[in-house]
Design a protein around this ligand. Structure first.
Ligand code: SAM
Ligand code: SF4
Length: 486
């Protein structure tokens, strides 16, 4: 009987090299990794704990305790508005379209709710207002859809009510068409130094099938305009594994990136599994169109083609090899930066082994964390709005970390950065413990035997091999996770 996962993995484009990751995934001892990547969720956004049903109020206490001692923090606001829904996207988004007046009114509502919610957090957590903010992000959805006045109101509110300083980075997310020249000027004036935008592909056919309502030319225009306005960092998101995407199309994406030189690129494999299944990301109440198997099959029956798993790894290889040859660095997984641009700061604050600072997320579908626990905000906009109006922080669920799981979280987060794990840093954070403690040592030994990590106990390091880097999300979510089911 043919094994569909293996068949899809081995169906590579014969004109391109077979990536080492394909060989590794085909090995019977890595079957669990193949099962994971066949249809994976985002694997390294939320690191869930092993105590389920944790009281969100306890999470807030844990967070406040850590806020009083570790800084700087990652603070973010989530604005869920989008003017269209992409067929691959399962994020919590709220579609806002129609006459400008309607869009403006609904956008203002989301800014109102966000500010009201932020005030509730400030009231509940005595140390939040004074915790130095390392990076403040406005994520979405598409926050660049907000009218200029609402962008100003939101950024002014956070700057006035949280501990922004000269070292605070402000970053704003959007899509290429709503970052108009006027909004770019406004964001620069308001002290925003970094922008990120979804692009997904520079191929108009692939964009159209994905449900994107912009062209590739709009993406390159965005990069040019943002650079000309003087933003320090301009980052774009690319995806591989999209409907009708080919290796040649991805090669052109790489060439376009190298020609237009944004500061950073996020390269993500198409994720189809519900993030809520594994609690490793926040998904909205409605699945993405492409998550529905019958919808996917219908597209295939109409002559469209889903890249195979093997081709997806060939696509990743095209992007990573090309970017590395041009001197770009991947840190953390999926986040590539141009030479000299440094890692993605918010991710580095959150995940680097020597940092792992608290993360506070305000808005529908936010996820917040500290050493002892993590929590997610409600993704149902009606319940969310009711809670905020009633004066309740709209946290929906939380998990806690036993002491052992706190160590596991520290290790898995650090592995996701693709930097070597260091024993000295681990011991400082967990006195009396070791990276090579019983239980963990066997795990690393097994990964080493399979060519996924290199360990050097004398030097006190554990380093992912290049194949280990490609498969890091699968490794941390199947072999090293703190979740109770493993
Ligand atoms: C939440 S979006 C926000 C960006 C902005 N709304 C846009 O699309 O231009 C952030 C990024 O997540 C990525 N993304 C969303 N759904 C995905 C999926 N199912 N698989 C992989 N990446 C996905 C896309 O690259 C997207 O640009
Ligand atoms: S990818 Fe971006 S624009 Fe598309 S639905 Fe998701 S958040 Fe909205």
């Amino acid at each position: 009987m043919t094994d569909p996962a293996l068949a899809s993995l081995l169906a590579v484009d014969p004109a391109a090299p077979v990536p080492d990751a394909v060989h590794a995934l085909a090995a019977p001892e890595n079957r669990h990794l193949l099962d994971y990547v066949r249809e994976d969720p985002f694997g390294a956004h939320v690191f869930p704990g092993d105590i389920e049903g944790y009281d969100p109020e306890r999470f807030l206490d844990d967070l406040d305790t850590q806020l009083s001692t570790t800084a700087p923090i990652h603070l973010w606001a989530y604005i869920p508005t989008c003017s269209y829904r992409c067929r691959f996207c399962q994020y919590p988004v709220v579609i806002v379209k129609g006459p400008q007046e309607t869009v403006d009114r609904r956008a203002a509502q989301w800014v109102d709710w966000n500010i009201r919610e932020a005030r509730l957090w400030l009231r509940r957590l005595p140390h939040l207002a004074t915790a130095p903010v390392g990076e403040f992000n406005v994520f979405g959805g598409t926050p660049s859809l907000l009218p200029a006045g609402q962008i100003r109101r939101l950024l002014d509110f956070y700057r006035e009510n949280f501990a922004f300083g000269p070292g605070t980075t402000v970053r704003f997310e959007g899509d290429p068409t709503t970052f108009t020249p006027e909004k770019l000027e406004l964001l620069a004036e308001l002290g925003c130094g970094k922008l990120s935008s979804g692009v997904q592909s520079f191929d108009d056919h692939v964009l159209r099938l994905s449900g994107r309502e912009h062209t590739a030319a709009a993406c390159t225009d965005f990069i040019r305009r943002a650079k000309a306005t003087g933003f320090e960092r301009v980052s774009v998101d690319l995806m591989y594994g999209l409907l009708d995407q080919t290796l040649d199309s991805v090669r052109r994406d790489l060439e376009t990136v190298l020609e237009h030189e944004p500061t950073a690129v996020v390269c993500t494999k198409l994720h189809l599994r519900d993030f809520a299944d594994t609690r490793t990301g926040v998904s909205g109440v409605r699945p993405a169109a492409w998550q529905l198997p019958e919808y996917r099959a219908r597209l295939a029956s109409r002559g469209h083609r889903w890249p195979t798993l093997g081709e997806q790894y060939q696509m990743r290889e095209i992007l990573t090899t090309g970017l590395r040859e041009a001197g770009w660095t991947e840190h953390p997984t999926m986040y590539f930066a141009r030479p000299g641009a440094g890692p993605e700061k918010w991710k580095s604050l959150m995940a680097d082994q020597e940092r792992q600072r608290p993360e506070v997320a305000i808005g529908l579908g936010g996820s917040s964390s500290c050493h002892r626990s993590e929590a997610m905000t409600d993704v149902d906009w009606r319940r969310y709005g009711d809670a905020v109006r009633a004066g309740r922080i709209p946290l929906d669920s939380a998990t806690g970390f036993t002491p052992r799981a706190q160590e596991t979280r520290a290790v898995t987060m650090a592995l996701s950065t693709l930097r070597p794990l260091r024993e000295d840093v681990h011991r400082r954070r967990f006195p009396g413990s070791s990276l090579f403690a019983p239980g963990r040592r066997e795990g690393f030994d097994s990964l080493r035997r399979r060519g996924l990590v290199e360990t050097d106990e004398a030097a006190g390091t554990v380093t992912l091999t290049p194949v280990g880097e490609t498969l890091v999300e699968a490794i941390i979510n199947t072999e090293l996770t703190a979740r109770p089911d493993t």
